[in-house]
Design a protein around this ligand. Structure first.
Ligand code: RP5
Length: 166
């Protein structure tokens, strides 16, 4: 970017309950990077840093964010609590836990009470990638250039699938 064209502010906020979630959540960031979607990343724990969560979720829309991707493992309350405090769409990524392989994370995130939605993705890396793609699709509804980049991404994926297994 030149000095005349300031970097656009982040449109997607990627939050995660711990630094240990980054190995999974980096796939959401990398997906957005490939698609040219401005985003930010932050560790925000529902349990260990509740005040940081409140500040983040309540200020998200005012700061220009349009979608939040929240990843957490175990008793994964982060996506649901974020959704409780922002009108923005929240996409939840269940991080694979050691003890229960992410089933705990999945059930904690997916079983929201009616009225406070979290769009829940698959456990682990696939969920993080798809959260990035889904966030981009949401933004693409109002961004034709991004919609074209998504179409190109899909076409490249299709072209990369061989017809024979070996
Ligand atoms: C959750 O606890 C985090 O989202 C993480 O998946 C899990 C374990 O955190 P660490 O003990 O590795 O920091 O809050």
């Amino acid at each position: 970017m030149s000095i005349d064209t300031p970097e656009p502010g982040p449109l997607v906020g990627i939050i995660m309950g711990s630094r240990s979630d980054w190995e999974t959540m980096r796939h959401a960031a990398e997906t957005l990077e490939k698609l040219g979607v401005p985003h930010e990343t932050k560790v925000v724990s529902a349990h260990r840093t509740p005040d940081r969560l409140v500040e983040y979720a309540r200020s998200a829309r005012g700061r220009g964010l349009q979608v939040i991707i929240a990843g957490a493992g175990g008793a994964a309350h982060l996506p649901g609590m974020a959704a409780a405090m922002t009108p923005l769409p929240v996409l939840g990524v269940p991080v694979e836990s050691h003890a229960l392989k992410g089933m705990d994370s999945l059930l904690s995130i997916v079983q929201m009470p009616g009225g406070v939605p979290v769009g829940t993705l698959a456990i682990g890396r696939a969920g993080a990638i798809n959260a990035g793609l889904l966030a981009a699709s949401i933004l693409a509804l109002a961004d034709p250039a991004l919609a074209r980049r998504l179409d190109e991404w899909r076409a490249a994926q299709t072209a990369g699938v061989p017809e024979t297994p070996a």
